[in-house]
Design a protein around this ligand. Sequence first.
Ligand code: SF4
Length: 347
Amino acid sequence: MNFSNKLIGWYQDNKRDLPWRNTVNPYHIWLSEIILQQTRVLQGTPCYLAFLKAFPTIEDLANAPEFKVLKMWQGLGYYSRARNLHFTAKDIVNNFGGEFPKDYRKMLQFKGIGVYTAAAITSFAFDMPYAVVDGNVIRVLSRVFGVSIPSDTSVGKKQFQQLAQELLIEKESAIYNQAIMEFGAMKCKPKSPDCSNCPMQDFCVAYATNSVAELPVKSMKIKVKDRFLHYFLIEQEDNVFLGKRKSGIWIGLYEFPFLEFPIKMNQKQVMQSDEWSQRFLNSTCDVKSVSSEFIHILSHQKIYAQFWQINATGVKLEEYELIPRNSLLEFPVSRLTEKYFETIELG
Ligand code: SF4
């Protein structure tokens, strides 16, 4: 039996029962794929179900205010994915009568749908012969076939895509694609793959050559930038200042006024800085508390943040509005701010 047939056989005996596997509705499949690009199955399942409950159809998503979509997405990170989801839902409703086109190339023209998602939707929903290639697939293929070309180079990407397409059983593309991703997630895992009980053992090149831990190969190391942020929860009676972010990865989310410094600064240094003097010009500040440091890791940034609770009078912050402190939880915020909220009383 060859690799592809063995894979399908393994999948039929071992697959997990996941809600998006029992549907061919392209909207449901699209949602699940975008959510699973953000998080693992365990955390992704309740998010998927909650999202579908809030927006049962693509029309519901298209007609929802961005505010609500971002709030539902809160905690998943990479908010551009939620914004693209919203944008594309509107595009499909307004320009395609609410129906996903059964066309791989057209699918690629939608915002936020790349080759992986287009292949997933067309194969799972319409059984069209497009092979999915994600991190799980690359790991399985690189190990079983001993492919050592770096998977994050354009040549590497092309080679993995080609190999995946050659292995695809065209008449069973949906099940084959599910099978290889499930195999990567459950059996041929990044760390401690289950080689001793693996049906591919007999012909797995990495197993035979003792190179499981070395595959797949990546060439580029992402440069991570350190950022030092101080957020100010400035209270005026029962209200606090909050603003809507206009740029960057957290565009559309709400945040407290903040200062950013190129290096780590303690409370005294922050309060003696020019930035502090400018921000709190002509105002009286009473610092009630400064949180311990929160470290938040994004793909290209490592954020070190502290949240200050301040009682102030005379503060003027034009780009922020005063909102009741007890309504803070209604606003979509970054996961970083959400983590801080989990540590304080907001009532
Ligand atoms: Fe993956 Fe190990 Fe199976 Fe090879 S033998 S496919 S490395 S789990």
